[in-house]
Design a protein around this ligand. Structure first.
Ligand code: ADP
Ligand code: TRP
Length: 315
């Protein structure tokens, strides 16, 4: 079957503790589809350096991303799980792309502007971010890149980088397609805005039941409406509409009871994953990354040899 030969690659920045928005928006969709493709799952640790300068935290986050994906159902034998920084070809190719694109072109990045608006430092790494991401994708002749809607423009940047290189040096890179699901909603946080680690409104994915309960109890409720909409919106991700509607009718006005029911429903989903998560040791994570990065390097170095030949740095 032709489809089984197609390549899928995605990446996640190890920039903080994962939350249920990450699970429903990124981990679960990947776990549901990766088996149909030759799949690569990359921990974008160099990307995280654009915003994180705490080495111990970074180390811990890298391990957490790997554990989380495996706990969410990704089999490291069936997908290549690797660390960006262990495959040096990514930063090398990013440099070559940076020499092909202009500053005004990179200035069009919404993600860059959004990050500056959130108060992040305008470091050159943040500015060049899209070219490192282009390298991540293009090194593997990737067909599909499953990402959230916020990453749409980054996929366009990768396509442009491929086209510019091909135009300058001859056909070398495949232009990838983004797989952006319209059916995956933006998961709301405890304040009703998009759940995001940068807004401090998250429900932790692998937190203890107490931590989950603490986050759920902090969901902002508005006593003027028919039902607590913020609680309901999150609850609807874990329960059928019929069950919820009868529960919310029965417990009308009893916000604490409704929140307790939500904690139980989150716990039902998370408990088996948490058990799996806890069973993965640091040594297991290192083995997965070592093996995956070795496999990734084989693809990346072959591609890079071709690139070096094309641009003329191999003498
Ligand atoms: P955060 O906003 O917490 O920093 P990231 O930007 O690191 O999250 O996102 C990592 C992945 O999780 C992306 O694929 C993103 O689309 C997905 N994701 C993050 N927050 C949500 C959300 N609230 N709803 C759905 N998906 C999300
Ligand atoms: N920029 C992506 C994010 O913030 C992470 C990422 C880095 C990525 N490299 C990638 C995603 C390559 C897909 C493919 O979510």
């Amino acid at each position: 079957m032709l489809e089984s030969m197609q390549r899928l690659l995605t990446g996640l920045q190890p920039s903080g503790a994962l939350h249920i928005g990450n699970y429903l928006g990124a981990l679960k969709p990947f776990a549901d589809m990766y088996g149909k493709y030759e799949s690569f799952l990359m921990v974008a640790d160099y990307h995280a350096l654009t915003s994180l300068r705490k080495p111990d935290e970074l180390r811990q986050n890298i391990r957490e991303v790997v554990r989380s994906y495996v706990a969410a159902g990704v089999d490291p034998k069936k997908a290549t799980i690797f660390q960006q920084s262990r495959v040096q070809e990514h930063t090398e190719l990013a440099w070559i792309f940076e020499c092909l694109v202009t500053v005004p072109f990179l200035e069009l990045s919404h993600a860059y502007k959004d990050k500056l608006a959130k108060g992040l430092e305008a470091n050159a790494g943040l500015f060049n971010y899209p070219m490192l991401m282009a390298a991540d994708i293009l090194l593997y002749d990737t067909d599909f890149v499953p990402v959230g809607a916020d990453q749409r423009q980054h996929i366009e940047y990768a396509r442009e980088a491929a086209a510019k290189f091909n135009n300058a040096y001859g056909q070398t890179f495949k232009e990838p397609e983004g797989l952006i699901s319209d059916t995956i909603a933006t998961i709301p946080g405890t304040d009703g805005k998009k759940m995001s680690k940068s807004y401090g409104n998250t429900i932790p994915l692998f937190g203890s039941k107490d931590e989950i309960a603490k986050a759920v109890m902090s969901i902002v409720t508005d006593s003027t409406g028919e039902r607590p909409e913020n609680v309901y919106a999150i609850h609807a991700l874990f329960q059928t509409k019929d069950k919820l509607d009868s529960l919310y009718a029965e417990k009308k006005g009893k916000y604490k009871d409704l929140k307790e029911a939500l904690v139980e429903d989150i716990e039902t989903l998370v408990a088996p994953m948490r058990a799996k998560y806890d069973s993965i040791s640091d040594a297991d994570v290192l083995d997965i990354l070592k093996e995956g990065s070795h496999r990734a390097r084989e693809f990346a170095s072959a591609k890079m040899r071709d690139v070096c030949e094309k641009v003329g740095v191999n003498v």
